[in-house]
Design a protein around this ligand. Structure first.
Ligand code: GCW
Length: 636
């Protein structure tokens, strides 16, 4: 059985037991009608032909748009949508509110999304890749879209589209940004597969985007170059794109990872990333498509001995100088931190320093560095900090999906909350992430006993901070096992070409990124930020080792030394996992037994892993520094 996630049929009781009128035509209005008909069939409500006796009225009041008004008129709850997508969004707002949507005292409200494009990126391959598996960094089984090299049954895709629509997502990129040969052909002779997925997503107001290989004209054997200045290459992209739009008239556009981790790009031909992105943008422009061009461009073959190269600088170094050089339909997609989805990073300065470029911030729902959906790690508190910091700078959000063909969708059932919340936060970044968690609990566990709610809050509210406590300290990052990135390996990346170092020695630890004595990274920030990070006196504790190399005896703002902080947080973090594990046992009998068992099994692994992290990190720093734990706890 596939778990219904946040749309169990029970969530439709309030609507399905009423007299409902839907006004409007077109595919999205049909979807809304279908949802309501199903709910009414289940709960005894009725679809009515006019307003006279209606208790819920959904209508389209404008030509387009995703927003809607919600209010009460003449004894009915009324949704007046800006356009067809707004009708669907309005429906799900009523679902979320349940009976509260029918309160006679309901005040008028207007809802519009803060970010125009709220996209989930799938790192799905058609084939099973020998190292990465089918879904790169996927921890939820295989792809929802392909199986055994062929498209899957679209029923599950439809259910997924429905879940995403109910969370506020309006775009998906269907394939991995590392575009291998088979997947390159989605652009040409496998277009029907893209079209089928697009039709399925379309009825839920979601547009499909395609990851393309920059060297596609060469890989597909049509040309000997992919140089963006070459007329034949430009013509190839135009004619190929014309055929794409014949098959999928509303394709959202292309997503490109170029000159990054071995992917081809414009650098091969001595061209800039603006040249590369603009070529694709020109091909997409007649059809209203956009290029999401990723800013994740860095040297992954650096010499670890070379202290002048700082990977954190890469996005800003490569792109800030191109501000204003991109066509209007290019969206630069920038990872939220300057490194790579670590548990704690500052905001990428590229997001703050490109006022003349359309920007999307990229988040990772799949928890590559945050427990891989074996650990409870509710990420919205992190995302909320990110989105508040980049407000006014970005117009879109792209998040790497954590969904797969697992019966719980996300491997760890509680990781469904991350998938739900990313869309909700993109719609309204000002929302309290814990209130979003409550919303998810209400929908997913309708009628949840107050007891279950308390258990879930105890497990999830601070789970990101807990994860941070027992893993890499104070913003240092990358103390993970190379390759699969799960579990501790303090020096695993220290002498590699990946640019991910912590520089621990007998005296201290951390990366000096100051202007005064380090890599100068802090100067990439606007002045107020730069000053704050540059100075030890003002740099926040949680980012200290991201910006500074300090002695183990350095005293944090919290009053303890760095080394004692390492010990304290690691003991505390692993201890909190024990408490979480005990607490979850109190939920037995309150949730579906299969779900309870799955979470129990994951918590057992989380405990094992947290203990391992605690012991390896503590032991490593004890052996380096020779400083004992002030409280004499066991270190090896
Ligand atoms: O974090 C790294 C991952 C790669 C990924 C890359 C990226 C898709 O380890 O697996 O490749 O980021 O974002 O492109």
């Amino acid at each position: 059985m596939i778990h219904p996630a946040w749309l169990p049929s029970e969530a439709f009781r309030a609507i399905g037991s009423r007299r409902v009128l839907v006004q409007g035509s077109g595919p999205l209005a049909d979807t809304v009608r279908h949802e309501i008909a199903q709910a009414c069939a289940r709960f005894g409500g009725i679809v009515v032909p006019d307003r006279k006796t209606a208790e819920l009225i959904l209508s389209i009041a404008g030509p387009g748009g995703e927003g809607f008004r919600l209010g009460r008129r003449g004894g009915a709850t009324v949704i007046r949508a800006d356009g067809p997508p707004g009708l669907l969004n309005g429906l799900f707002e009523v679902v979320r509110r349940g009976e509260r949507a029918f309160d006679p005292a309901l005040a008028d409200e207007r809802h519009v999304p803060a970010l125009a494009r709220r996209m989930l990126d799938h790192w799905d391959n058609i084939d099973v890749h020998p190292v990465m598996g089918q879904v790169e960094r996927g921890y939820s089984g295989g792809s929802l879209f392909w199986q055994d090299g062929r498209p899957r049954d679209l029923g599950r895709v439809r259910d997924y589209a429905r879940l995403l629509a109910a969370s506020g997502v309006n775009a998906v990129a269907i394939n991995n940004v590392n575009v291998h040969t088979t997947e390159t052909r989605l652009l040409t002779d496998r277009l029907t597969e893209v079209a089928a997925l697009a039709s399925t997503f379309r009825v839920y107001g979601i547009r499909v985007h395609l990851s393309v290989n920059f060297a596609a004209p060469v890989i597909l054997g049509d040309l000997s170059t992919a140089d963006p200045a070459d007329e034949a290459v430009r013509a190839w992209w135009k004619s190929t794109t014309a055929r794409v739009y014949e098959a999928v008239p509303d394709l959202g556009g292309y997503l490109v990872k170029a000159d990054s981790e071995g992917q081809p790009g414009p650098f091969t031909y001595g061209r800039s990333h603006a040249d590369g992105a603009n070529m694709l943008a020109e091909a997409l422009e007649p059809y209203g498509g956009v290029v999401h061009w990723r800013a994740f461009v860095y040297n992954h073959r650096q010499d670890w001995r070379d202290r002048s190269t700082d990977r954190a600088r890469a996005a800003h170094d490569h792109f800030a100088g191109l501000d204003g050089a991109f066509r209007d339909n290019v969206i630069l997609q920038v990872k939220h931190g300057p490194m790579d989805f670590q548990t704690r990073e500052p905001i990428s300065p590229a997001l703050l320093g490109m006022p003349s470029t359309r920007l999307a911030v990229e988040l990772q729902v799949t928890g590559e560095y945050t427990g891989q959906q074996r650990h409870v790690c509710y990420l919205p508190p992190m995302w909320s900090e990110v989105l508040r910091a980049v407000a006014g700078h970005v117009s879109g959000l792209a998040a790497v999906s954590n969904a797969g063909d697992d019966p719980f969708w996300t491997g760890h059932p509680l990781a469904q909350a991350n998938l739900y919340a990313v869309g909700r936060l993109a719609w309204n970044p000002a929302r309290d992430p814990i209130a979003i968690l409550d919303e998810w609990i209400d929908l997913t566990f309708p009628g949840a006993a107050a007891e279950l709610r308390d258990v879930l809050h105890d497990l999830m509210d601070e789970s990101w901070q807990t994860y941070e406590q027992y893993t890499a300290p104070l913003g240092v990052g990358f103390m993970v096992r190379p390759g699969h990135h799960y579990g501790p390996d303090v020096d695993g990346y220290e002498y590699t070409p990946w640019g991910t170092y912590h520089f621990a020695d007998r005296d201290g630890v951390g990366v000096d990124r100051t202007v005064a004595t380090g890599t100068g990274f802090t100067a990439q920030y606007p002045p107020a930020w730069a000053d704050r990070y540059e100075s030890l006196a003002t740099c926040p504790d949680e980012l200290l080792l991201f910006f500074h190399h300090v002695p183990y005896g350095h005293v944090l703002h919290s009053g303890v030394t760095v080394i004692q902080h390492v010990y304290d947080t690691h003991f505390a973090g692993a201890h909190r996992v024990t408490a979480m594990r005990d607490r979850w046992q109190e939920a037995a009998g309150l949730v579906d037994p299969a779900l309870h068992a799955r979470v129990t099994e994951r918590l057992d692994e989380q405990q094992r892993s947290a203990d391992e992290w605690r012991d390896q990190i503590n032991t490593y720093f004890y052996r380096k520094s020779g400083v004992p734990d002030a409280h004499g706890r066991p270190i090896h």
